[in-house]
Design a protein around this ligand. Sequence first.
Ligand code: C5P
Length: 223
Amino acid sequence: GRLLKIAIDGPAGAGKSTVAKLVAEKLGYVYIDTGAMYRAVTLQALMDKIDMRDETSLTRLAESVGLVLRVDEKGNTRIVLNGVDVSFQIRTPLVSRCVSQVSQIPGVRQRMMQLQKDMAAGGGVVMEGRDIGTTVLPDAEMKYFLTASVEERARRRYAELLQRGFTVTLEEVLADMAERDYIDAQRAVAPLKPAPDAEIIDCTGMTVDQVVDIITSRVSGRS
Ligand code: C5P
């Protein structure tokens, strides 16, 4: 069938990555994690000791940074930043705390959006983020906005971080996540919100497979 563009947006911890990855696998599509790109720019900014409010330096950094995304044999996103695989380093709590500041900057978003549009140009992609349906791929054939209660989202993120070996408390994860969602939803450029033509799925109490089935069943009718 036709190769579609599928946009999956929503707040942190709603299960977007897991769902998007499985949908891509089932359809033989490419999974693109756009959050990883903003995280990589943030990591480079931290390494370069750039002030997180310095728009000019952060824009220059985003414009010059080398970013390569690929999916490994386990289906996980690998991200190569200026030639170095930083797939693990971009998930640290420090990067999570700073990324929303970096991603508010128009010049940073401009470059990331261009890279993302190029990656999706041929179709056959499941692209996950905050502004994919509204801004990056307004022409996507299918748009989903995944949400869940803030408690459920925090519990998921907490379990994920523990599994990765980080020492955090549930309270810290909840506070950081709520702050990040607030900044993401309030920013001037491409804020977190459902596209008018997105289907909103509240994943609270749903299994991953249930959500994946909803999305893939719709695709069979469309491609
Ligand atoms: O998806 P993830 O939680 O890894 O995204 C990290 C951060 O990157 C988000 O909190 C948001 O600030 C930013 N982001 C964005 N636009 C996207 C994807 C992520 O602003 N499309």
